[in-house]
Every structure is written in C-alpha cells, then in structure tokens.
Ligand binder design. Structure first.
Ligand code: RP5
Length: 167
C-alpha cells in the first residue's frame, strides 16, 4: 500500500485551484489528507505537520500557496520527504510572485515546483514518486499515459480528416 499524500494550502482561497490535484490523487487510489496551514499565519502548525509527516505515513507533501509563497520551502525545512510546490495565480502579478518564491529556494532545501496553478501535474508527479515503491500505482500511471496518448492520437486523426487543413 502506498504512503499518503498531504495537500497543504496556505488559505481556503486556494482550494478551488487545488481540487483537480485532490481528485487526481484519489483517481490513482492514493490516500490524501487536505489541510489549511499557513507559513505566515500558522507557522507552528507548519513546523509540527512537516516534522511529523514521515512518521505519520506520508510519502510526499504538496504545498499550494500564493503571493510571498513560502509554504513549500518552510515545510521542506522540517522534513526529508519530497515537497512539491504549486504556485497559485495572484491578481497583481499573475502568480509570478508565487512561482519565484517557490522555485528560487536557496541550496540545501530543494522544492520541486510545478507551473502556476499546476495542480494536476503536482498530483501526477507525487504519484510518480510513490510509484517507485508501488508497482500497482506504477501500472496505473502507465495506463494513464497510454490513455492520454490515445486521446491525442484521436485528436490528430480528427484534424487530419478535416478538409479545411488538407492540401
Ligand atoms: C497565501 O496568500 C495563500 O496561499 C493564498 O494564495 C494567498 C491569499 O490568502 P488569503 O488572503 O485569500 O487567505 O498565503
């Protein structure tokens, strides 16, 4: 059985963006714990959660935050588990602020960072990490990729059949 994934958000305002991540993890059959913990507003909870995460059965932590998005880095400071950051799009800077806050970690404390609002990819990356020790999950990821390829091939065939684009 795979380890759990924690999906930690800095605010409940991040939840709608993160729903596809939570759903994707569930679709892969991964147990998910969803929490609101802020690096700035509830720093003691961030430390406590990350410090105990490995012992509490988690294999990966996904951290979503916006603006001065330190959540992923702070969680990573307190655990050796892999931490995947999801920079949340912001109204003023479009999420570039969140992205740089996550991706520009100083050496020693790495955070894997997906695209701005890249919730789904965070789930897939977390699944790939857990699949290293879970052959069943690895098979489900193979199926997922095969389905995606079939879908794109079908779209390609459809567009090739259009007279609009033929010579
Ligand atoms: C961050 O600040 C959160 O992750 C959120 O993306 C952003 C705004 O939070 P709220 O003011 O909506 O609670 O900590």
């Amino acid at each position: 059985m795979s380890k759990k994934v924690a999906v930690i958000m800095g605010s409940d305002s991040d939840l709608d963006t993160m729903r596809p991540c939570i759903q994707r993890l569930k679709d892969f059959g991964i147990s998910v714990e969803v929490r609101i913990i802020s690096a700035h507003r509830t720093p003691a909870q961030a430390e406590a959660f990350a410090s105990g995460a490995a012992a509490n059965g988690f294999g990966v932590i996904i951290a979503a935050a916006g603006k001065a998005a330190h959540l992923a880095g702070v969680l990573a400071a307190y655990t050796t588990l892999p931490v995947i950051g999801v920079p949340i799009k912001t109204s003023l800077m479009g999420g570039l602020d969140s992205l740089l806050s996550m991706v520009q970690m100083p050496k020693g404390i790495p955070v894997a960072c997906v695209a701005v609002d890249g919730a789904d990819n965070a789930a897939i990356l977390a699944a790939q990490m857990l699949a290293l020790a879970d052959p069943g999950l690895s098979d489900r990821l193979q199926e997922f990729k095969a389905d995606m390829q079939a879908e794109v091939r079908a779209k390609d065939e459809k567009i090739q059949a259009l007279e609009e684009f033929s010579l």
